[in-house]
Ligand binder design. Structure first.
Ligand code: PHE
Length: 468
């Protein structure tokens, strides 16, 4: 059995740090959330607001998490124990681990659908797809319309099978370790994802009528910027950078000492936004070119995209490329989520990494099945509700609406008010080797006054205390 006295593994270089963090940031959000939100909320104007949110909330909280991780070189919970032993601050770490679990319960299910679509796209199953057959196929893939059927029917077991495959892939990657697993996988998949997305872009942008899609995504309309839109940009910035899930604390604990954290944070945020824009440029010109309406969410990814992609020349191949890149995005995001509990269990309870990975995958698989079986009210467990939500939505809403904004607020307050400025300065300047005092002063100001205020507004708004 491994023991915690073994030297702790970490990433090997600044480049590895960049790709690992980007791997976490890039996920399904880039494909079904960001481009649509941008297009329908004022295009370039929304991007402008988003960048403000990234600057005043996203990057500062990201830096707080990286500071906590690299300063302590411990997992998301242990890190707080090192900084403030025996205090309730550890609770922030627990919230992060809890939220990582909640997200994995449903994200492994959606990633399973993506894998299945990828498999189907490679076998040419979408060649003759029509509007109604696309909907039917999606229903089959997610196992909807199965009420009254037994758990052991093919329809019910198929999405569970793909969810298990996802867990096997992610579990294998994680059990290989930080360097041989996470680092190697993200360093390979992220560049490949860029190449695949650009191939899809070239095809999409040369379709007749592509200009309408570009216009949808990038026109600048400041009249669409309402307080509600600003809040959704803020929530998106937070979700995109995988904040308050323990991820960035855990990854930060593997950073090399020479990483310029400010620059890395900026590069990760910009590259992640670039991926979303490139995804939007592959999707919307195609959607408009075939006379369809842009949408968001599962409908866009699993119905509209197969339908419009399959209609264009080389469509089958491009659809396969598109689902392959989506699988990469979902997998690298899940690797970062899985690392949170695995680092916690293996370090705090002296369990080997392999055993911790196996047990976590088993646990997530068992609970995750409840998400898979509750995607729709006609699903096997669709009738069970918590506060009006089925299992799937409950996991999503509890993590995204409650734990994430509250956790982010507490992280900013913790670092802004309870950690000595000298200590932060020492860590963020790489022990005094970087001259970045103006960055640090800006950071300290924002983290004390701006980020917590904005985060508490999001939180109060989502729980309905204040409305816009
Ligand atoms: N940043 C991810 C995305 O955009 C969010 C996420 C990270 C979700 C990790 C799940 C897991 O999809």
């Amino acid at each position: 059995m491994e023991s915690s006295s073994k030297p702790r593994e970490g990433f090997s270089s600044g480049l590895a740090v960049f790709f690992a963090a980007l791997g976490s940031a890039v996920g399904l959000g880039n494909i079904w959330k960001f481009p649509y939100l941008t297009g329908s909320n004022g295009g370039g104007a929304f991007l402008f607001v988003y960048f403000i949110c990234i600057l005043f909330v996203g990057i500062p909280v990201l830096l707080c998490e990286w500071y906590i991780g690299r300063r302590t070189r411990r997992n998301a919970i242990g890190a707080f124990e090192t900084l403030k032993p025996g205090t309730p601050w550890k609770g922030i770490g627990f919230m992060g681990v809890l939220s990582a679990y909640l997200i994995m319960f449903y994200y492994t299910c959606v990633a399973g659908w993506v894998y299945f679509y990828c498999f189907k796209a490679f076998t040419g199953a979408f060649a003759a797809v029509t509007a109604s057959s696309a909907g039917e196929l999606f229903g089959q893939v997610i196992g909807v319309g199965t009420a009254g059927q037994s758990f052991f029917s093919k329809e019910v077991l198929s999405p569970i099978f793909w969810q298990v495959i996802v867990l096997c892939v992610v579990g294998t990657g994680i059990s290989m370790g930080v360097r041989a697993g996470i680092e190697r996988i993200t360093k390979t998949l992220m560049p490949l994802l860029f190449i695949l997305i650009i191939i899809c872009d070239i095809r999409a942008l040369t379709l007749p009528g592509a200009g309408q899609g570009i216009h949808f995504l990038f026109h600048v309309d400041f009249s669409k910027i309402t307080p509600a839109v600003m809040l959704s940009a803020l929530g998106l910035a937070f979700f995109k950078l995988s904040l308050a899930m323990g991820i960035m604390i855990t990854y930060g604990s593997y950073f090399t000492e020479d990483v310029h954290m400010f620059k890395t944070a900026g590069k990760v945020a910009l590259s992640d936004t670039l991926v979303s824009m490139l995804a939007g440029l592959a999707i919307f010109p195609t959607v408009f070119s075939f006379g369809m309406e842009p949408t968001a969410g599962p409908g866009l990814l699993f119905m509209t995209i197969p339908l419009v992609f399959s209609k264009m020349p080389l469509g089958t191949l491009l659809l396969a490329a598109f689902f392959l890149l989506t699988s990469f995005a979902a997998t690298t995001a899940l690797l970062s989520l899985m690392e949170v509990p695995v680092a916690f269990w293996s370090e705090e309870f002296n369990v080997s990494r392999k055993k911790a990975t196996f047990l976590n995958c088993l646990f997530i698989g068992l609970v995750g099945i409840t998400a898979t079986l509750s995607v729709d009210s006609s699903s096997l467990l669709g009738g069970i509700k918590f506060f009006g939500d089925g299992f799937f939505d409950f996991y999503d809403h509890l993590s995204a609406n409650i734990i994430m904004p509250l956790g982010g607020f507490l992280i900013a307050v913790f670092v802004g008010y309870f950690i000595k400025k000298d200590d932060i300065q020492y860590e963020l300047s790489n022990h005094g080797t970087l001259c970045n005092e103006s960055y640090i002063s800006f950071f300290s100001f924002v983290v004390r006054y701006v980020s917590p205020a904005l985060l508490i507004i999001i939180f109060l708004n989502t729980i309905g205390v204040i409305a816009f």
